[in-house]
Design a binder for this molecule. Structure first.
Ligand code: NZQ
Ligand code: ZN
Length: 384
């Protein structure tokens, strides 16, 4: 196992009816900017619960944060924060609203020029406005991490940054928010969380049985509970287990002291940037190709995944690897996510565009930093 430091300051408030505790976790006298997305919070009762919980605070509202939040929109919120002397940001929505709110928090305090540099040059985030979150969609793990992914429409770029400074002070996880989620978003959430674990698990062994077994338990829970949530959105127990799985998948815990991949995410972000494909769906497209092309480097862990999560024990190593990839594809498809580029009407020229972009960036991705434009082409062309 590698050396590591781990600090996660996010207070998790989990369970039915817990949105009522939002107000008591915000410093008294704070002036709040309540951020939200396209309006789902008005239809499912979350907005009313939040408003009741923050009664007595001065509140300004900023809505319209898009899925895959737009830099252009977020910069408008930064203006509101400055003009209104906002001291606390309250994100009420899915990963996009929370990621967007993290960027607003950092950009409003940024002193070194254009805040876009936080994403393009990884300019350090020295300060940020404190954030509280009510998460309404289990998927990203954003509620318990310092990551944020932002899209700039003008340049068709989807980029990320990470900082301890934008980790929420608290996050409320009330599984009842899942009751109003469309099937598509539940399926996306299951697959996104699944692939978050894979990115931290499916690399090469460094003798880390705790991280491995935690990872496998999250994967198995997603495989068991995801379909239950899809079948019955009012199954509170399944919703609770799904929600906690998504948080645990990307709160840093399973990734300590182990190599991490993230190539699937990096390539997937390009498909979203160019074609607006939902984040999780891009992962379902890319991961099988990554597993296939890296079957030698990842051999031990793919075999372990196959045996411990999918129960695959028969056959030669190559056969077991093929079966493990197929089982993973079958799972994605079983929850409703197509896994091939043509399923999304993506023209093959997009593959050239993405490879050219990675060539210009001049760095390689994956746990061994050995996936460059040529490998990315193979990954994207492997299942046309
Ligand atoms: O905008 P509203 O009206 O709220 O509707 C949203 C949106 O249309 C809707 N929704 C959310 N909660 C709902 C609901 N509808 C009904 N009932 C509810 N309870 O769902 C739609 C999608 O929401 P979005 O926030 O975009 O989804 P998700 O949580 O999957 O977030 C995706 C974004 O997170 C980034 C992705 O790249 C993408 O931009 N990621 C963030 C990560 C992180 N911070 O660590 C890691 C991930 O890998 C990912 O990259
Ligand atoms: Zn993801």
């Amino acid at each position: 196992m590698y050396n590591f430091e781990y600090q996660n300051p996010v207070k998790i408030i989990f369970g039915k009816g817990e949105i009522k505790k939002v107000g008591t976790n915000i410093p008294s006298g704070a002036k709040i900017l309540l951020t939200y997305g396209g309006g789902s919070i008005f239809k499912n009762g979350v907005y009313e619960q939040v408003k009741a919980a923050i009664k007595g605070f001065e509140v300004v509202e900023f809505g319209g944060i898009e899925p895959n939040p737009h830099y252009e929109t977020l910069m408008k919120a930064v203006e509101v924060v400055k003009n209104e002397n906002i001291t606390f940001l309250l994100s009420v929505g899915g990963g996009s609203v929370l990621d967007g709110t993290k960027f607003i928090a950092a950009a409003a305090c940024f002193q070194n020029g254009d805040p876009w540099l936080i994403l393009t040059k990884r300019a350090p985030v020295v300060d940020a406005i404190p954030i509280g979150a009510v998460i309404t969609l289990p998927a990203t793990g954003s509620e318990m991490n310092g990551n944020s992914v932002v899209t700039r429409i003008e340049t068709t770029e989807k980029l990320s940054f990470a900082s301890q400074k934008v980790m929420p002070v608290f996050s409320v996880l009330d599984p009842e928010v899942i009751f109003s989620l469309p099937e598509k978003q539940v399926a996306n959430g299951v697959v996104d969380a699944f692939v978050h674990v894979i990115e931290q698990y499916l690399t090469f062994p460094v003798n880390s049985p705790i991280q491995d077994r935690f990872s496998e338990s999250i994967l198995k829970t997603l495989v068991e509970e995801g379909p239950k949530v899809l079948a019955d959105r009012n199954n509170y127990e399944a919703a609770a287990n799904f929600m906690w799985s998504a948080t645990m998948a990307l709160n840093g815990l399973i990734g300590v002291g182990v190599p991490q991949d993230w190539a699937t995410h990096m390539i997937g972000h390009e498909l979203t940037a160019y074609h607006g494909i939902d984040h999780a769906r891009t992962l379902a497209i890319v991961l099988p190709g990554v597993m296939n092309i890296k079957r030698t480097l990842k051999k031990d862990k793919i075999l372990q995944l196959g045996e411990r999560v999918w129960g695959i024990i028969d056959g030669t190593d190559d056969e077991r690897i093929d079966q493990t990839i197929q089982k993973t594809v079958d799972f994605f498809e079983s929850v409703g996510l197509p896994t091939r580029l043509p399923d999304y009407d993506v023209p093959t020229e997009t593959i050239d565009t993405i490879c050219t972009r990675f060539e210009k960036r001049g760095y390689k991705i994956g746990e061994k930093a050995d996936i460059g434009p040529a490998e990315i082409r193979t990954i994207l062309e492997s299942r046309l």
